[in-house]
Design a protein around this ligand. Structure first.
Ligand SMILES: [Ca+2]
Ligand SMILES: [Ca+2]
Length: 173
């Protein structure tokens, strides 16, 4: 066994057959550290001015990765080098699940990611300066605890939950 795979994990015995008898060794246990892992990057983001991208980080792969994505609710996704780009951007908060299957071991791993989309498009760039940064956060923070029709999470008052919908990627269009 040159390079054991996860399919070869388990217990082994060695049989030695001589002229008169066969003797069997004690059991040896083969275990392999680590297993297939997958993470999304970022795991959570708020919709801003640019098209959202979700990367995927895969660990401990033996063969090649078979990757499939699901959106709930469904939304268009375009594969890119190591993840997806959402073009057009989702129209409501969407949870994505990525499933990675290792072509060699057929082991599977999943991870999820969320893109928060506010009820009103005003939150894509709250202060309207063409940039997604903390200036938007401060401007929205000034409305703290105030009644606000069409707020980000749709409960009619500005709280910390609405601040989560502000994109802080420092992207400017
Ligand atoms: Ca801004
Ligand atoms: Ca709110």
């Amino acid at each position: 066994m040159k390079r054991p795979s996860h399919l070869q994990k388990g217990t082994y015995t060695c049989d030695i057959t001589g002229v008169c008898e066969t003797i069997t060794s004690d059991m040896a246990v083969l275990s392999l550290e680590g297993s297939l892992s997958v993470d999304t990057n970022p795991a959570a983001q708020a919709l801003g001015l640019s098209l959202p991208e979700i990367g995927v980080d895969i660990g401990c792969l033996e063969g090649s990765a078979i990757i499939s994505w699901d959106g709930d609710p469904p939304t268009p996704m375009t594969a890119m080098e190591a993840g997806i780009v959402l073009d057009p951007p989702p129209v409501q908060t969407t949870v994505f699940q990525v499933t990675v299957t290792d072509s060699a071991s057929m082991e599977m791993a999943t991870a999820s990611a969320v893109v928060l989309v506010a009820v009103s498009p005003d939150f894509d760039d709250y202060n309207g300066d063409g940039c997604n940064n903390q200036l938007d956060l401060w401007e929205l923070g000034a409305q703290w605890r105030e009644a606000y029709p069409d707020d980000a999470n749709g409960d009619g008052i500005i709280t910390v939950l609405d601040l989560m919908y502000i994109n802080l990627s420092s992207t400017c269009l």
